[in-house]
Design a protein around this ligand. Structure first.
Ligand code: NAD
Length: 252
């Protein structure tokens, strides 16, 4: 869930999963994105491409009804969905509106719990649920604002879901990706500055790629990570361990 185009994080994970033989279904939000998602899905052998707006519970139900009829059960689910009004992804968090706060929490946080419940019902043999988060949940990042608050709630949801679903051998994890140039990221103020800052100051001295995220996603979805749940796994060139600007970092 969450492919918009070939730069989407969900697409990187889908490709890595397909390379290991996974059979995939995709959801898209709205007709405009269907035109992009369907051809991509076909390149990885998938014709199960379903509309889903996660702000609408009936739309989520329809997806899982179709999955239940088509496959009966599933092994994993990727939730790579987030949204906030871009007018509030600049300026001060203090100025967040109630309406956008609620909408951001609904689409970026509650939707994971909502799909997790339905996906778990289709995982009689256990499974793996994965969502996407960002370091702005843990530390204040310029312009990330209400999305940082939402990601903090999302990471807490991962821990609570991990306990609720662990007895059914369903693992729940978050992948905390470093900044990547995607459609969603283009709404964040001064995003190019954030990209450069991460490149210059992360231990690996580069930004992460879709292949980096795909490999880590595959690990978390597969039995390779069979003992891992409730985790926020950073795939950010190590940026989260750094305490201050690198002495050799150029000015941006
Ligand atoms: P993207 O724009 O490719 O994907 C975001 C997806 O969310 C889109 O497919 C969009 O259709 C979907 N979406 C938004 N509102 C929706 C709704 N109401 N119903 C259904 N789908 C909806 O961007 P991305 O960067 O690949 O984002 C995927 C996830 O990764 C997001 O949760 C984002 O916060 C997270 N993330 C991104 C970065 C980054 O720098 N790009 C870093 C860390 C985490």
């Amino acid at each position: 869930m969450g492919v918009a185009n070939d730069r989407s994080i969900a697409w990187g994970i889908a490709q890595a999963a397909r390379a290991q033989g996974a059979e995939l279904a995709f959801t898209y939000q709205g007709e405009a994105l269907e035109k992009r998602v369907r051809p991509l899905a076909e390149t990885v052998g998938s014709s199960l491409v379903l509309p889903c707006d996660v702000s609408d519970e009936a739309s989520i139900d329809a997806v899982f009804d179709t999955l239940a009829k088509t496959w009966g059960k599933i092994d994993f689910l990727v939730h790579a969905i987030g949204f906030s009004d871009k007018e509030e992804l600049r300026g001060r968090y203090a100025d967040t509106s109630l309406q956008n706060f609620q909408n951001t929490m609904h689409i970026s946080v509650f939707s994971f719990t909502s799909v997790a419940r339905r996906a778990a019902a289709m995982m009689p043999d256990g499974g793996s649920l994965l969502t996407l988060t960002y370091y702005g949940a843990e530390r204040v990042m310029p312009h990330y604002n209400v999305m940082g608050v939402a990601k903090a709630a999302l990471e807490a949801s991962v821990r609570y879901l991990a306990v609720d679903l662990g007895r059914d051998n369903i693992r729940v994890n978050a992948l905390s990706a470093g900044p990547m140039k995607t459609l969603a990221a283009s709404g964040i103020g001064d995003f190019r500055y954030i990209l450069k800052w991460n490149q210059y100051n992360s231990p690996l001295k580069r930004n992460v790629t879709l292949e980096d995220i795909g490999g880590a996603g595959l690990y978390l979805l597969s039995d390779l990570s069979s003992g891992v749940t409730g985790e926020t796994h950073h795939v950010d060139s190590g940026y989260h361990v750094v305490g201050m600007k690198a002495v050799d970092a150029p000015d941006i």
